[in-house]
Design a protein around this ligand. Structure first.
Ligand code: GLU
Length: 444
């Protein structure tokens, strides 16, 4: 059965970059009727925080990316220790004692000689007595996985055929001197034991994948299918890394971006298929095909989310936003009408407030000097109310008959007088909402 996972480290909020990873894995699982696991990669106790775990869950729920299982690496440390023992037993795990400074020096020397900065495996030559001595002096060493120096190859769901020379990669450290298990080992053990069949992640993980394939095989497993999506850049191709804080999902939510707008964009950005606004998950799942994605860096412009959000909202029936509309204080009997008028004139739901304020409080009239008499004459003709769908048409017809004005010269000064704005909702539909103002003014 198809099983995928989203495996964030709870060291920060999810942003548009990791959303892509989450979404692709989710879509693959849902399309196949499989399982989607939320795996919290929290083996680093110093950087992991419960508040981020909660935030990750909340953000995924907001998006509707539901998971079938949740796992936490910090609860599985015994499984990783057991795998480490197996690697030791088959001679693929060795202890190394170089300090970071020593490693740095080695790398610099190699680079000076024009060689790739790959760990030289000096630790493999240490005798037991030497290791004892180093342990006594420096504490426990790190544990490195001994790569087989062959080409590591796989067919990547996005990159196609990948071939990496293992000799060009340092033997990865899987356990730190203080005993902390590192992601590379924990992830492999989890993927194997949880039956993960497909792993989609960013192309910054390609080298990890090469080493993980060897570790999985050394542990007697079969590697999953891998796909590495390109990394996002800003609109001009600039790295996004520094701006990711402002592109956190909760930040976008705050700004009023709608989940379906975000998901629609992310499910297609970087693929050869056009971005299509989806209104439900079934369509999103149906229209997803990972093989359509390319390896080139993907440009992302946060501004693209707003027109999509606006279009999404324009199509929403009142029932979908009832709570939000009522929360503004719109009386129940006007709420649906208010929504149908306002939805044509908003980018996000945050904009509803200003339209409701107009209906509730009225506006400071905007009257050009040249129109002063005209507006005064027109307002005298404004019916008592209650206003209905015909009020605008009847009123403007009466004003036209009385003043001889027509077209824009007729309508614009009236719009500006009533709304204080040159643009906005269709006046005919707005009038019955403005009666709130009228009723209040009369009551004074
Ligand atoms: N915790 C890892 C990360 O956030 C997971 C990578 C993976 O999907 O294997 O980069």
């Amino acid at each position: 059965m198809t099983t995928t996972r989203f495996a964030p480290s709870p060291t920060g909020y999810i942003h548009v970059g990791n959303l892509r990873t989450a979404l692709m894995n989710w879509l693959i699982a849902r399309k196949a009727g499989g399982t989607f696991i939320l795996r919290i990669d929290d083996t680093d106790p110093e950087r992991s925080r419960q508040e981020y775990v909660d935030a990750i869950r909340e953000d995924l729920e907001w998006l509707g990316l539901t998971w079938d299982r949740e796992e936490r690496q910090s609860e599985r440390l015994d499984r990783y220790a057991e795998a480490a023992d197996r690697l030791r037993a088959i001679g693929r795990f060795y202890e190394a004692f170089e300090t970071p400074t020593e490693l740095d020096l080695k790398r610099k020397k190699q680079l000076n000689m024009g060689r790739p900065p790959v760990y030289d495996r000096a630790a493999l030559k240490l005798t037991e007595a030497e290791k004892e001595k180093l342990r006594a002096e420096r504490g426990n060493g790190v544990w490195r996985f001994k790569l087989d120096h062959e080409r590591i190859e796989w067919t990547d769901g996005i990159l196609g055929e990948v071939s990496i020379d293992a000799a060009s990669v340092s033997d990865p450290v899987l356990i730190r001197g203080d005993g902390q298990v590192l992601y590379t080992l924990a992830s492999v053990v989890d993927d194997m034991e949880m039956g993960v069949t497909d792993v989609v992640r960013g192309s910054d993980h390609v080298t990890n994948t090469a080493t993980q394939i060897q570790i999985i095989r050394a542990l007697g497993g079969t590697p999953p299918r891998f796909a590495h999506h390109s990394l996002l850049t800003g609109p001009q191709g600039e790295p996004l890394s520094k701006r990711l804080g402002t592109l956190a999902l909760r930040e976008l939510r705050e700004q009023g971006v709608q989940p379906m707008a975000l998901l629609s964009l992310m499910a297609r950005l970087g693929s050869s298929d056009p971005v299509v606004l989806r209104t439900d998950m079934a369509e999103l799942i149906e229209g997803f095909d990972i093989s359509r994605f390319g390896a080139a860096p993907t440009r992302f412009d946060v501004n693209d989310l707003f027109p999509l959000t606006a279009r999404y909202l324009q199509g929403l029936p009142f029932a979908a936003v009832r709570d939000e509309v009522l929360a503004l204080g719109v009386p129940e009997e006007l709420a649906e009408r208010f929504w149908l008028v306002a939805r044509e004139n908003i980018t996000t739901l945050n904009d509803l407030e200003k339209w409701w304020a107009l209906c509730r409080d009225g506006a400071e009239p905007l009257i050009d000097e040249a129109d002063r008499d005209f507006v005064e004459q027109a307002l005298a003709l404004l019916p008592e109310g209650p206003f209905d769908d015909d009020t605008w048409a009847e009123w403007t017809a009466a004003v036209k008959a009385a003043t001889g004005r027509k077209g824009k010269a007729l309508f614009m000064p009236l719009r500006k007088a009533l709304t204080g704005m040159e643009r906005g909702p269709e006046m005919g539909a707005l009038m019955p909402l403005l009666q709130v103002v009228r009723a209040r003014d009369k009551g004074r």
